[in-house]
Design a protein around this ligand. Structure first.
Ligand SMILES: CC(C)(COP(=O)(O)OP(=O)(O)OC[C@H]1O[C@@H](n2cnc3c(N)ncnc32)[C@H](O)[C@@H]1OP(=O)(O)O)[C@@H](O)C(=O)NCCC(=O)NCCS
Length: 172
């Protein structure tokens, strides 16, 4: 994939039809807490009420059309030093290095955009090998496995936790 075709930008209401392509796909939402979107109206409300006001949620775009998302959610109070990262991509583009490019782009700006954040962390289902590989390629450190840590769509999960520090990205 030519990385000059990939960009990150805030969501717009006009992304709704492109958004439905991936947010309406069970394969994409399988490892996400999101339920699969069923209607354009539901997607429009979500873009307006959740994506646009979100502290740091970007559309992953190919030639400026939305094909996925990467989002960083900072914690608050005494946990404000850390933030969680999540992402997903339309299935037709899997395996071309796009999310790795997007996560690296996010790393290049998120520590500047959210100056309290010193640690970016990601939780992946132990079975989600593609996501673990993305994090490794983007320079995250695998910190360990969290056994029976949470439920996802009714199933108890073992999660693998990864992190990267602001100081790691400076040294790269
Ligand atoms: C996980 C996901 C974001 C990966 O996006 P992507 O753009 O396809 O990722 P990349 O192409 O950058 O890298 C994927 C890597 O995983 C590897 N991979 C894919 N499936 C794999 C599997 N079953 N086992 C091992 N490695 C696998 C690929 O070979 C590639 O590694 P490589 O470059 O060393 O060959 C995408 O599959 C997705 O949207 N999944 C659904 C949502 C999701 O799981 N989000 C993350 C929640 S934590």
């Amino acid at each position: 994939m030519d990385s000059s075709r990939i960009s990150l930008r805030p969501f717009k209401l006009s992304d709704v039809d492109d958004f439905m392509v991936w947010a309406g796909d069970n394969q994409v939402t399988r490892f996400l807490r999101w339920k699969t979107f069923k209607s354009r109206d539901e997607a429009l409300t979500f873009i307006k009420d959740v994506c646009i006001p979100h502290p740091w949620r970007r559309s992953i775009c190919l030639d400026n059309r939305s094909i996925g998302f990467v989002s960083v959610f900072p914690a608050s109070g005494e946990d404000r030093c850390r933030a969680d990262i999540g992402y997903a991509l339309a299935t037709q583009y899997w395996g071309q290095g796009i999310v790795t490019i997007a996560v690296k782009m996010a790393l290049a700006s998120v520590f500047k955009d959210l100056p309290d954040v010193m640690r970016l962390q990601a939780f992946t289902d132990v079975e989600n090998k593609a996501s673990q590989r993305v994090l490794e390629k983007a320079g995250f450190l695998k910190e360990g496995m969290l056994r029976k840590y949470s439920y996802l769509k009714g199933q108890i999960q073992d999660l693998v936790i990864y992190s990267v520090l602001a100081t790691d990205t400076l040294s790269n």
